[in-house]
Design a protein around this ligand. Structure first.
Ligand code: UD1
Ligand code: UDP
Length: 354
C-alpha cells in the first residue's frame, strides 16, 4: 500500500492525475495535511477533479514554517505508524512535502518524490529547502524535466532518479477539453459578487512570500497590469488577500478584476485564453507554456528553465517598466519542442513504483 501526502492546491492537481492511474493497480491511502483549507483552495479541487476523498485530514495550517512543519511531522508519523505503508509518495516542495518526507525516512519507509531535482539556486526561497531535503531522503526521485535530472546528478542523487515528465502536463492534457466545454461560473469579486469574464483579458497570479511580503512589489506588478490594453483577472491567494484589499483602497486600480481563487478548470481556461500571463506561480508558468501563451514570471530566479526559450517565459523584477518591457517582446513557438514529456508521466511513475 502506498500512502500519499498532499496539502496545498498544486498538489491536489498532481494527485488528481496520478491517483487515477495509480489506483488501478495499488491501494492508496490519501492524507491531506490541511495546509490549504478554504473551500476554494481545497474542496473545489476534490469535487471538480474527482479526486478520491482523503482518508485523513490532519487539519494543520498556518503558523511559522517551523510550527506548521513540526505539527505535521508529529501527526504524519502517527498516521504512518498506524497504516504501515510500503511506500510514501509526496509532491513538489511545500511544508507538507517536507514533513511527510521526514516522517517517512525516520520510520524507514521508502519515499517517492514527484517533481524531484528542481532547483532555483537560493535558500532564501523557502521551497528550495523543502525540495533539497526531500530529494536527499528519497528512494525514487521522479524528475519532470531534463534540467532537474542534471541538478540531481550534481548532488550525487542520480540513484533512483527517473525522467518521467510532468504530471501537471498530464493533468493539463486530461482536463483541457473539460475546461473548454463548461460554463465559467466561479468568478466572484472579493465581496462575493458574480463577475463575467471579459472577452479580452490578461491573467495574473501572485502569492509568493518573496513578492507579497513587500507591498511595494505587489503594487508595481499591479500598476504594470493596470496600464495594459485590456483588463487583468487576478485570483487573489488567501496569503495576501488582506494586503490586496489595502492596496485596492489606496491605489484605486481601474483595470484589474480582483477575484476569489477559482477552481482548476477555470484557471486553466483563463491561462489558455489570456492575451498574456503574469505570475509568480510555478504551476501557472508551466500551464502558460503548455497552452502556448506568453508568460512573464515575476521572480528573482528561474523555476522551470525549459520554459525560458524564445521569450515564451521571461523573468522580470517586480518593476512596472520591466514587466511592460517583457510583455512587449515577441515570442516564437516551436511545436516540436516538448520538454515536459508526452502526457504519460503518471503511467511511468506507476510502472516504476510497481
Ligand atoms: C504554499 C507553499 C508554496 C505553494 C503554495 C501554493 C510552502 C512553504 N509554500 O504557500 O510552495 O506555491 O502553497 O498555493 O509550503 N491560507 C488561508 N486559506 C487557505 C490556505 C492558506 O487563509 O486555504 C493562509 C494560511 O493560513 C497562511 C497563508 O495563507 O497564513 C499562507 O499559507 P501557507 O500554506 O503557509 O503558504 P502558501 O503561500 O499557500
Ligand atoms: N490555480 C487555481 N486557481 C486559482 C489560481 C491558480 O486552480 O485561483 C491553479 C493553477 O492553474 C495551477 C495551480 O493552481 O494549476 C498552481 O498553484 P499555485 O500557484 O497555488 O502554486 P505553485 O504552482 O506556485 O506552487
Amino acid at each position: 500500500m502506498i500512502l500519499t501526502v498532499v496539502g496545498a492546491r498544486p498538489q491536489f492537481i498532481k494527485a488528481a492525475a496520478l491517483s487515477r492511474v495509480l489506483r488501478k493497480e495499488q491501494k492508496e491511502v490519501l492524507v491531506h495535511t490541511g495546509q490549504h483549507y478554504d473551500a476554494n483552495m481545497s474542496e473545489v479541487f476534490f469535487t471538480e477533479l474527482d479526486i478520491p476523498r482523503p482518508d485523513y485530514n490532519l487539519g494543520i495550517a498556518g503558523g511559522s514554517h517551523a510550527v506548521m512543519t513540526a505539527r505535521m511531522l508529529v501527526a504524519l508519523e502517527e498516521v504512518m505508524q498506524k497504516e504501515k505503508p510500503d511506500k510514501v509518495l509526496v509532491y513538489g516542495d511545500t511544508n507538507s512535502t517536507l514533513a511527510a518526507a521526514l516522517a517517512a525516512v525516520k520510520l524507514q519507509i521508502p519515499l517517492a518524490h514527484v517533481e524531484a531535482g528542481n532547483r532555483v539556486g537560493t535558500l532564501k526561497n523557502p521551497e528550495e529547502v523543502n525540495r533539497i531535503l526531500t530529494d536527499h531522503v528519497s528512494t525514487w526521485r521522479f524528475a519532470c524535466v531534463q534540467s532537474a535530472m542534471e541538478e540531481l546528478k550534481k548532488e550525487n542523487l542520480q540513484n533512483g532518479a527517473h525522467l518521467v515528465g510532468d504530471p501537471m502536463f498530464d493533468a493539463y492534457l486530461y482536463y483541457k477539453d473539460v475546461s473548454e466545454n463548461r460554463p465559467l461560473n466561479d468568478l466572484f469579486d472579493l465581496d462575493g459578487n458574480a463577475l463575467t469574464l471579459p472577452r479580452d483579458f490578461y491573467y495574473m497570479t501572485c502569492h509568493r512570500q518573496e513578492n507579497t511580503d513587500d507591498l511595494n512589489k505587489l503594487d508595481q506588478i499591479l500598476q504594470a497590469m493596470d496600464s495594459l490594453d485590456a483588463p487583468t483577472v487576478y485570483p487573489v491567494h488567501p496569503r495576501n488577500r488582506g494586503d490586496v484589499i489595502k492596496l485596492m483602497g489606496e491605489k484605486g486600480y481601474k483595470q484589474i478584476l480582483f477575484v476569489q481563487p477559482v477552481g482548476y478548470l477555470s484557471s486553466i481556461y483563463m491561462v489558455s485564453h489570456a492575451k498574456q500571463v503574469v505570475t509568480d506561480s510555478g504551476g501557472v508558468q508551466r500551464e502558460a507554456f503548455f497552452a502556448g501563451v506568453q508568460c512573464v514570471s515575476v521572480l528573482d530566479f528561474v523555476c522551470w528553465p525549459e520554459t525560458m526559450v524564445d521569450n515564451r517565459n521571461q523573468l522580470s523584477a517586480p518593476d512596472k517598466d520591466r514587466i511592460i518591457a517583457a510583455l512587449s517582446k515577441e515570442m516564437r513557438i516551436d511545436p516540436a519542442y516538448q520538454p515536459f514529456g508526452d502526457g504519460r508521466a503518471c503511467e511511468k511513475i506507476t510502472s516504476l513504483l510497481r
